[in-house]
Design a protein around this ligand. Structure first.
Ligand SMILES: Nc1nc2c(c(=O)[nH]1)N[C@H]1C(S)=C(S)[C@@H](COP(=O)(O)O)O[C@H]1N2
Ligand SMILES: [Mo]
Length: 244
């Protein structure tokens, strides 16, 4: 399922020559950019996208690009313990401090109200991918359907093999936060969290759990996998909340 058009050139520097003359169209910071892939050219294009993004600001007034970030044209595979990845065995538990916990299979997820929106994502290692279109169901929609109790303050995103990540309830129920199953119209490759991942775009990308299995609403905070391993509990990229 790996997208073989574009090798990860940072991991496979030996491929630079082979891909030198490949050009392709990518959605980028502002509209569509024509990138020439391969060593210096790719770097130059990335620098251009970064410069361009630095001149932009968001609707909320913050700079388009958080400090210390560089724009790249597609997600890198950052690893993790993969789930099964298929839609057939997919189940999403919505539970915790709620009046009506429920479980969705993939078809049931698709029957809930769907949204499609453009969001930027920012990895703590310093790369950002801008302007992708994400489709899915809002965490707020799940919260409403479950009937969260009044004292809920945090959302725990649960994923395959026990990966978890914690997000304040107010932030996780912002319109931008989704259980998402399409990026730029395409299903996620297994390494990017198929079939459904969390999306919390305004926090560092480790808060966007791949291979999502549950959304749990809680009263008390529960630092997750990376949060107990030295990453910041909150992870605001504009405040560079990288490490705790
Ligand atoms: N289930 C799960 N989700 C995860 C991770 C993980 O290890 N397991 N890694 C996180 C980290 S650290 C990052 S940077 C992003 C990377 O997503 P990507 O590989 O699709 O770029 O996923 C996040 N979600
Ligand atoms: Mo990460």
């Amino acid at each position: 399922m790996r997208d073989t058009r574009t090798p990860d050139l940072d991991r496979h520097p030996d491929l630079h020559g082979r891909w030198d003359r490949r050009t392709f169209i990518r959605g980028a910071a502002a509209g569509t950019a024509l990138l020439a892939l391969g060593g210096g050219l790719y770097r130059l294009a990335s620098d251009d996208l970064t410069r361009q993004a630095r001149a932009e600001s968001r609707a909320d007034g913050r700079p388009r690009l958080p400090p210390g970030q560089r724009v790249i044209s597609r997600l890198k595979n950052m690893g993790g313990d993969e789930g099964p990845g298929d839609v057939k065995s997919f189940r999403l538990r919505v539970h915790g401090a709620v009046k009506s916990p429920f479980e969705l299979d993939y078809a049931a997820l698709l029957k809930l109200p769907q949204v499609e929106q453009t969001s930027d994502v920012h990895c703590v290692t310093g790369w950002s991918v801008l302007g992708a279109v994400w489709k899915g169901v809002r965490i707020a929609t799940l919260a409403e359907k479950a009937g969260v109790k009044g004292d809920v303050r945090h959302v725990i995103f649960e994923a395959a093999h026990g990966y978890t990540t914690n997000v304040p309830f107010a932030e996780a129920t912002a319109p931008s936060c989704l259980a998402t199953y399409r990026m730029d119209g395409k299903p996620f490759a297994i390494e990017h969290g198929a079939p459904v991942r969390g999306l919390v775009p305004d926090l560092y990308f480790w808060k966007s759990a791949k291979w999502l299995t549950g959304v749990r609403f809680v009263v008390r905070d529960e630092p997750g996998y990376w949060e107990v391993r030295g990453y910041h509990n909150h992870a605001d990229p504009w405040l560079e909340e990288r490490y705790g």
